[in-house]
Design a protein around this ligand. Structure first.
Ligand SMILES: [Zn+2]
Length: 102
């Protein structure tokens, strides 16, 4: 008799990203993997997400900002802003710049 709860494809789909990133703990992890081992569409989804996660990890070392970028950016923000509104505006620009680099 199998006492473990059955995972549906919808439940698997909801948690597939966390599973691929290793954010699911036991026993839920085993239940999701057991479902994927018997369900080709979910297995394909998990493999695809795993591939994306692996590629992102491989890209991570290439995304390091140049040496001194952080200290220069913080120094510029600290010296060019005085009011809260201006500081917020500069923070948005800094966030946009970082997003472009990434
Ligand atoms: Zn499934």
């Amino acid at each position: 008799m199998n006492t473990s709860p059955t995972i549906s494809c919808d439940q698997f789909d909801e948690q597939a990203e966390d599973l691929a990133l290793g954010h699911i703990d036991e026993p839920q992890r085993s239940q999701l993997l057991a479902h994927a081992s018997t369900c080709p569409p979910c297995q394909s989804l998990l493999e695809g997400l795993g591939t994306v996660a692996d590629r992102l990890l491989l890209l991570a070392p290439q995304l390091e900002p140049p040496a001194g970028f952080e200290s220069r950016a913080l120094a510029r923000v600290n010296t060019t802003t005085t009011s809260g509104t201006a500081r917020f505006r500069v923070s948005l620009w800094a966030a946009a710049a970082i997003a472009l680099i990434i």
